[in-house]
Design a protein around this ligand. Structure first.
Ligand code: SF4
Length: 296
């Protein structure tokens, strides 16, 4: 786990989050949900912070961990499947959401969490993202957005901003980036939130908000990749990178979409929250009607 977690930091209290206030779990409890305290993530990477935030949210909500299943795709974030001490499924690249959808529909009692990177979620798995959101599948997608492909060597991803450098855009990226939260919202997600790795408490709270929400919840966790994104574009120093996140993150209620570029400033908090019947309920109802011989 990254040593940069400072549990005393509380920057922004999220409005619109219906989860009870989560208190940080004792370290021993956190460790009980980890298979090993060691990871293969680079020193200074914030994937450990986000992983710990997921664990803190699960523990804070006192979820039955026998019912928690974590699906992960491929990429640096996908390694979480090896580290969590709950049921995990390490799926193919971009395919975590369809695996998770199948599991949730087959057993609606499961608490399903999907971990994806930005490339995993918006490039290879972009199609699955929009349809899982449209269907309102009752799961929580946590996207570790480091704005680059880390595991494969620092190539540009769908969230690399115009002008950003990567190994495949050494003179600056020419393509606009996706606003992942905007994409999820437009596709039909019923809970959409964003937090930074810097504001740990907010991140935990927003993930918890997604876990208590019934329907497709999407949490974009702004990640720190010093090895590639930071070294090419910002800083290779993880503490400086986290401080930059503090500067870039604006509480959503104060954010002006008209004047800002998401690379430099972005809204954090609950960006969208509505209620709509989750897919498993709708599907179960359809099955019931079919069994009763009702319908066309
Ligand atoms: Fe983290 Fe980047 Fe290293 Fe991947 S390449 S483990 S995202 S710092």
């Amino acid at each position: 786990m990254c040593a940069l977690v400072d549990e005393s930091i509380v920057a922004h209290e999220p409005e619109g989050c219906t989860a009870p206030r989560i208190r940080p779990a004792p370290t021993a409890a956190i460790r009980s949900l980890l298979r090993s305290p060691k990871t293969l993530w680079c020193p200074g990477c914030s994937n450990g912070i986000i992983t710990r935030a997921i664990v803190d949210a699960v523990l804070g909500l006192e979820l039955d961990t026998d019912k928690v299943v974590v699906f992960a795709g491929i990429g640096c974030s996908g390694r979480i499947a090896n580290y969590l001490n709950v049921s995990t499924v390490h799926t193919a690249h971009g395919r975590a959401l369809p695996f998770a959808t199948g599991a949730k529909v087959a057993d609606p009692s499961l608490k399903v969490i999907v971990v994806m990177g930005d490339g995993d979620c918006a490039a290879i798995g972009g199609n699955h993202l929009i349809h899982a959101a449209r269907r309102n599948v009752d799961l929580t997608a946590v996207v570790f957005n480091n704005s680059i492909y880390g595991m494969t060597g620092g190539q540009k991803s769908p969230t690399t901003h115009v002008g950003d450098r990567s190994t495949t855009s050494p003179f600056g990226n020419s393509e606009p980036a996706f606003d992942l939260c905007g994409l999820a919202h437009a596709a039909g997600a019923t809970y959409v939130a964003r937090a930074t790795s810097w504001d740990y408490r907010q991140l935990v709270q927003l993930i918890a908000g997604g876990l208590v929400h019934e329907g497709f919840s999407f949490v974009e966790a702004m990640a720190v990749c010093t090895t590639y994104y930071g070294r090419f574009n910002l800083t290779a120093d993880p503490a400086e990178f986290l401080r930059a996140q503090r500067e870039h993150a604006i509480p959503v209620e104060k954010f002006d979409y008209g004047e800002t570029r998401l690379r430099d400033l972005y809204p954090v908090g609950v960006l969208h929250h509505v209620e709509r019947p989750p897919y498993s309920d709708v599907y179960a109802d359809m099955r019931r009607q079919a069994k009763e011989g009702r319908g066309g």
